[in-house]
Design a protein around this ligand. Structure first.
Ligand code: DC
Length: 220
C-alpha cells in the first residue's frame, strides 16, 4: 500500500500553528490532526475526575479508553461538547503537565498515527515531525517570540471579552515553553530535517504562502 503523505507543523503555543494547519489542510484537501486538542481533552478528563497529575498510570488508563470524538471541528467528550471548554489557559497548562508523562504519550501514539488516512494528513503539535510522523514529507517548525505570542493571545481574549494582563500571559507562555522543551520524552524541538519559520514579524497569511511554495516544491 502506498504511504499516506504527511505534513507536520510543530512549534510552541501561539506561534500560529493552528491557523496555518487548518488553512493548509483545507487548501490541499487533507485531514487535520490537532494533537494539542487531544492533550487538552486528557487534561479536561483529569480535571473532571479530580485525578492527580502525579498518577501517570491511572491517567494513562483513562486515556486508553477516552470517550472522545472529533466531529468536523467539534470535540465531544462523554456525549458533551467541550470544544470551547478545553481552550482555557488553565487547561492548556494542565495539558502541558500531563504531556510530560511517558505512559500518557505512549497511550496516545497509535491513535495519532491512525489519523494518517488518504489523501493525506496535516499534523499540528510539538512532536509530530520528531516522534509521531518521522517519515513526514514536509516538516515545518513555526516559532514566534514569547512577547509576540502573548500579544496575540491578549487580542484573542479581548475579542472574547476577557480581560488579561500581557506580562502575566508572557510569563505563563514562557513557563509552558520551558516545560514542553525540557521534558525527557518527546520534547519540543525541531526535527533535524524541519524547515524553521519565525512568524514574529510576519502575518500568518504570509507564512501560509511561504509554506504553500514549499508544498509545491516537494510535489505534494
Ligand atoms: O498546542 P496546544 O497549546 O493546544 O497544546 C497544549 C499542550 O499539550 C502543550 O503545552 C503541550 C502538549 N502537547 C504535546 O505535548 N505534544 C503535542 N504533540 C501537542 C501538545
Amino acid at each position: 500500500m502506498p504511504e499516506v503523505p504527511v505534513i507536520t507543523i510543530d512549534g510552541p503555543g501561539g506561534a500560529g500553528k493552528g491557523t496555518l494547519s487548518t488553512r493548509l489542510a483545507e487548501h490541499v484537501g487533507w485531514h487535520l490532526l490537532d494533537s494539542g486538542a487531544l492533550y487538552r481533552v486528557v487534561a479536561y478528563a483529569v480535571q473532571q475526575a479530580g485525578m492527580q497529575v502525579a498518577d501517570a498510570e491511572q491517567i494513562a488508563r483513562v486515556v486508553r479508553e477516552l470517550p472522545v470524538s472529533f466531529q468536523s471541528g467539534r470535540i465531544i467528550w462523554q456525549g458533551m461538547e467541550i470544544t470551547a471548554a478545553i481552550r482555557t489557559e488553565q487547561i492548556g497548562n494542565l495539558a502541558s503537565q500531563v504531556a510530560v508523562l511517558p505512559p500518557v504519550r505512549a497511550a496516545l501514539l497509535d491513535w495519532q498515527r491512525e489519523q494518517a488516512c488518504a489523501p493525506g494528513l496535516v499534523a499540528d503539535g510539538r512532536d509530530m515531525g520528531t516522534v509521531v510522523f518521522p517519515q513526514a514529507k514536509l516538516k515545518i517548525f513555526l516559532t514566534a517570540s514569547a512577547e509576540e505570542r502573548a500579544k496575540r493571545r491578549h487580542q484573542q481574549l479581548e475579542q472574547r471579552g476577557i480581560t488579561a494582563n500581557i506580562s502575566s500571559l508572557a510569563a505563563t507562555i514562557r513557563e509552558r515553553d520551558e516545560r514542553d522543551q525540557q521534558r525527557v520524552h518527546s520534547p519540543l524541538i525541531p526535527a533535524q530535517d524541519a524547515v524553521l519559520l519565525d512568524s514574529t514579524h510576519r502575518t500568518i497569511a504570509d507564512v501560509f504562502n511561504g509554506v504553500l511554495q514549499l508544498v509545491r516544491k516537494r510535489g505534494l
